[in-house]
Design a protein around this ligand. Structure first.
Ligand SMILES: [Zn+2]
Ligand SMILES: [Zn+2]
Length: 373
């Protein structure tokens, strides 16, 4: 059996108003008319927990000996526990959907969309980012009840709380009786006689919010990260909408993305390409040494495995692929030119024959062309 404090998500020393607040939040989103029958058990548990913790005597007994102490004192579930519909009604007015009399107050808040600018590093490693969206939030004065402090919804006089009115019309077929939502209370069965001044009875106000969003590694441009229940607060105490953060990735000056891999280019002097060397490069994970084998041609790719982008919702990372570009020396002085002439002579390349072949894309070009943006 789950702990009542855990069910409401409050500390054991929570004040009565904290408990009330926690209950309101949960009940509003779990109500079967909002969340559907799947959440009915959860809704019932929340109501039972609130029934006990909101009652000083029951809470005292529960703190001493849990549910056993409660049932020992005659507060058994199903017996001593108040009907959860009663508890709920005390907060939100009578329950019920279209088929069951009065319509509950409250409409779900809208989903909201914010732009989330990320660096390539954020995408490679994952990140936690600050968001400051302007959203509709629960009115701090009436806490979403829409009513002036100290007041609440009162039973509608026109429909006596049923939310429905009957109309009798005479037609050639005889008398017709139709039922329609009560115009005085919009079918809610209750009316708010003195609306809250702060929110004009809407139960919510516009405010800049500050929150954190966890960005998983491997997100892609245009993806939307969903934050359930973080959108606009509901109207008249309805459930909140969702917030979506749309990902925009700033281009990196060195690395570009190719799926889960990162791609960059390394320019190497002709002499290094011919003789081979070791070079130190700056990756997103810090410096790494790469071995350039003797005789490396332009277009060769050296792969540093595991230094790419973190895979979205999976283990591991892609690779870093470094494409080689061999640089032909320019601005030769006389001594250098003489040396190159000597080399050409030694290699028999002073008057090389032209040998045409078909153009071949390098591996590096292929990777770039296929994935990079
Ligand atoms: Zn208000
Ligand atoms: Zn009415």
């Amino acid at each position: 059996m789950a702990d009542f404090y855990d069910i409401l998500g409050v500390a054991r020393d929570a004040s009565a108003s904290d408990i009330k607040k926690a209950y309101r939040k949960l009940a509003r989103t779990l109500h079967p008319d909002v969340a559907g029958p799947d959440k009915a058990e959860e809704f019932k548990a929340v109501n039972e927990a609130y029934d006990v913790l909101s009652d000083e005597e029951k809470r005292r007994l529960y703190d001493m000996g849990g549910e056993e102490a409660l049932s020992g004192a005659g507060f058994a579930p199903g017996g001593g526990f108040g009907s959860f519909e009663d508890i709920f009604s005390a907060f939100f007015g009578p329950m019920g959907g279209p088929s069951r009399g009065p319509a509950p107050r409250g409409r779900r808040g809208q989903d909201a969309l914010v732009s989330l600018d990320l660096t390539l590093e954020d995408v490679v490693f994952g990140a936690e980012k600050e968001l400051t969206p302007t959203l509709m939030v629960e009115c701090p004065v009436c806490e979403g009840s829409c009513a002036k402090e100290g007041t609440g919804p009162t039973t509608c006089g026109q429909c006596q709380g049923t939310g429905m009115v009957q109309r009798v019309t005479n037609s050639i077929l005889g008398q017709m009786v139709t039922t329609a939502p009560c115009p005085a209370c919009q079918g809610h069965g209750t009316v708010i006689l003195s609306p809250c001044h702060e929110c004009s009875g809407q139960g919510r106000v516009r405010a800049v919010q500050s929150m954190k969003v966890k960005v998983p590694a491997g997100v892609e441009e245009g993806m939307r990260i969903r934050m359930p229940g973080k959108g606009d607060a509901g109207i008249e105490g309805g459930a909140p909408g969702d917030l979506f953060a749309e990902v925009h990735i700033e281009p990196h000056p060195v690395f570009s993305r190719a799926g889960d891999d990162l791609v960059c280019e390394l320019r190497i002097p002709m002499t290094s390409a011919a003789l081979g060397t070791t070079m130190t490069i700056e990756t997103l994970d810090g410096t790494r040494e790469i071995e350039i084998p003797a005789g490396t041609p332009s277009g060769d790719v050296i792969t540093l495995s595991g230094l790419g982008v973190g895979r979205l919702h999976r283990e591991g990372r892609g690779d870093l692929r470094v494409g080689m570009t061999v640089q032909t020396p320019t601005k030769l002085d006389d001594a250098q030119r003489d040396l190159l002439h000597a080399l050409a002579r030694l290699r028999g390349e002073e008057n090389p024959p032209a040998s045409l072949t078909a153009h071949r894309e390098s591996i590096f070009d292929k990777i770039r062309g296929r994935f990079a943006r």
